[in-house]
Design a protein around this ligand. Sequence first.
Ligand code: FES
Ligand code: FES
Length: 156
Amino acid sequence: IQGATDITLRVNGQAHTVRVEPRVTLLDALRERLDLTGTKKGCDHGQCGACTVHVGGRRTLSCLTLAVMAQGKEITTIEGLSQGEQLHPMQQAFLKHDGFQCGYCTPGQIMSGVACVQEGHASTDAQAREWMSGNLCRCGAYPNILAAVREVAQRG
Ligand code: FES
Ligand code: FES
């Protein structure tokens, strides 16, 4: 590939070396180079939240992040949340509350939900709604998504 360089990405605790052009987004590197297709491409323009991952512990829109900029940071995707067969509490809460319909927005919602709770931004319904507002759901599963996030937040 012209102008491509080798970069090392640490994803879900594992280091991967991939050859990418400087303009390749983290989203495309994850999906197309590392086959981590749990992270979804909705708008590809920073407007829907479907591509949300954690970079260095912070939620990040991977469609707006260049893969080269994510080097040296710990990246977590939806595939890295569960411990083997044991689902993450946020994944369990989404199942319990039917926090999805088509499921397309769900990985991004869950990654945002985990961060929202960690940030302490889910202590009331209104606060959680506001801090989750970057994650759109075309199916309108918002009340159930909110219930899932709030349950995890309340468990502390
Ligand atoms: Fe990144 Fe929509 S795909 S915000
Ligand atoms: Fe379909 Fe959210 S569950 S877009």
